[in-house]
Ligand binder design. Structure first.
Ligand code: TRP
Length: 449
């Protein structure tokens, strides 16, 4: 009943798979989106809701992807077609489209982080952070850094699952963890850090009555955990049956939350200790790309060093995430069109690089793509995956979750399947309705100018 796929690439070590999946999860979403949403959504009230959604929806959905992927031993189109038939196979094309769209704008933002890291290393941050960001965030420079970042991503994916993705994650993720933890420790020494912690950690529970905050928490959980477009499915397709899937998913989810939470312990004190909170609310990119560089600049030489590390950590997170997005597209093209990894990665990477020129020239287009692909398509994809795992492929997913799992984790499997069947679909369906409304409004706004 398994789907043998002789000669398929595979992860060499258990830790390699976990760090690759964590590398996919931990990225710009943890810092760029999380801090902003926490400040909008009532601080700790959002953080609590977010962790609840990660546990309730995120881990089960990750396991739906892990189970289907390891069972199918193919990228999303192939796995869904093999296990659930041609109709479901088409869902795989939606996943590939989502991956293409997300990576196209994700790489633009990643390009900004590369640029800031370079600036910090060469001459420090610009005095007028907002103006400077306006200049570099779109236009020729943004295109150039986006193309550079895509080239790095393609290089790693060309090197394969073991030699590129696994090796890269094993090298980059520990560095990222160390930097983020070091920065959080440093932030405790800032004068006035307390005001930042207060905003971050004191819940404003009235925000929980706002459905927009719920929608944001769920969408943020899916984006941050790389769920809803077959990314985790694809990685799990490179596993043998000895990997403990429930345990792996739990480790990945906690790691992702941990990095987001600790990043907040850096971002909030830095911004509040310098009284720059005004710049945060201005836009989704305000906190990270305007307020923070402004704060680093105001701190003089120390700020330059700290800022350098901060943007290096961001760029590393972005890179390990981008490789997972490109891998979904590349693996699908390899399998469906029977071409080599090298050719598939170069061609799909070039196509995404070309598409990314649009968001690199205009930040409104970037926002639009994030809404459509980074939120709506992911929520829709997550709903489809939950229905598939909870109703259609229950037996197959159960077998996969049991195989390789230690007794404690085997006992959780019925619970996970229950949640996938009865809890995830209705909750995500409601979120999808809200998200559709939001997305339509965003599209209308965009075209109204
Ligand atoms: N999770 C990554 C982040 O937080 C982004 C990402 C990588 C992603 N792969 C994905 C998002 C697949 C959605 C789907 O930055």
């Amino acid at each position: 009943m398994t789907a043998p796929n002789a000669g398929r690439e595979a992860f060499a070590t258990r830790a390699g798979f976990i760090l690759a999946a964590a590398g996919s999860a931990v990225g710009l979403g943890n810092m760029w989106r999380f801090s902003y949403q926490a400040s909008e959504g009532g601080g700790a009230a959002f953080v609590l809701l977010y962790i609840a959604m990660t546990l309730l929806l995120g881990i089960p959905l990750m396991l739906a992807e892990f189970g289907i992927g390891r069972r199918g031993q193919r990228a999303p189109i192939g796995s869904l077609r093999l296990l659930a038939g041609r109709g479901w196979g088409r869902l795989g094309y939606v996943f590939v489209a989502a991956g293409l769209l997300i990576l196209a704008y994700y790489s633009v933002i990643a390009g900004w982080t590369l640029r800031y890291a370079l600036e910090a290393a060469l001459h420090g941050f610009d005095r007028s952070a907002a103006e400077h960001f306006g200049e570099i965030s779109s236009g020729g420079d943004a295109v150039a850094f986006h193309l550079g970042f895509m080239a790095l991503t393609v290089l790693i994916v060309v090197a394969g699952v073991k030699g590129g993705i696994e090796r890269g994650s094993l090298l980059m993720m520990p560095v990222l963890f160390l930097i983020v933890i070091g920065l959080a420790v440093w932030a405790t020494t800032l004068p006035g850090a307390g005001a930042g912690y207060a905003v971050y950690l004191m819940p404003q529970f009235e925000e929980l009555m706002n459905p927009a905050v719920w929608r944001a928490a769920v969408a943020q959980a899916f984006f941050s955990l790389s769920l809803g477009m077959g990314g985790m499915l694809t990685f799990a397709s490179y596993l043998h049956r000895d990997q403990n899937l429930p345990e792996s998913a739990t480790v990945v989810a906690y790691t992702d939350f941990g990095v987001a939470f600790i990043a907040g312990l850096v971002v909030f004190p830095v911004i509040y200790s310098l009284g720059l909170q005004g710049a945060v609310g201005a836009s989704t990119v305000g906190a990270l790309f305007i307020a923070l560089p402004g704060a680093f600049e105001a701190m003089g030489a120390a700020g330059r060093v700290v800022g350098l590390f901060f943007f290096i950590a961001l760029a590393l997170g972005a890179l390990t995430s981008a490789i997972s997005l490109l891998e979904v597209v590349t693996a699908s093209v390899m399998e469906e069109m029977h071409v080599s990894r090298r050719r598939a990665a170069v061609v799909t990477g070039a196509a995404i690089a070309a598409l990314g020129v649009l968001p690199a020239l205009d930040t409104d287009t970037l926002g639009l793509m994030d809404k459509i692909a980074g939120e709506f398509l992911l929520v829709a994809g997550a709903l489809a995956l939950a229905i598939l795992a909870g109703w259609r492929l229950t037996g197959e997913v159960r077998e996969e979750l049991l195989a390789g799992a230690a007794p404690f984790w085997q006992r959780q499997v019925p619970r996970i399947l229950f949640v996938l069947r009865w809890i995830v679909p209705p909750v995500v369906a409601v979120v999808l309705a809200f998200s559709l409304r939001e997305t339509v409004a965003t599209v209308a706004d965009y075209f109204a100018g």
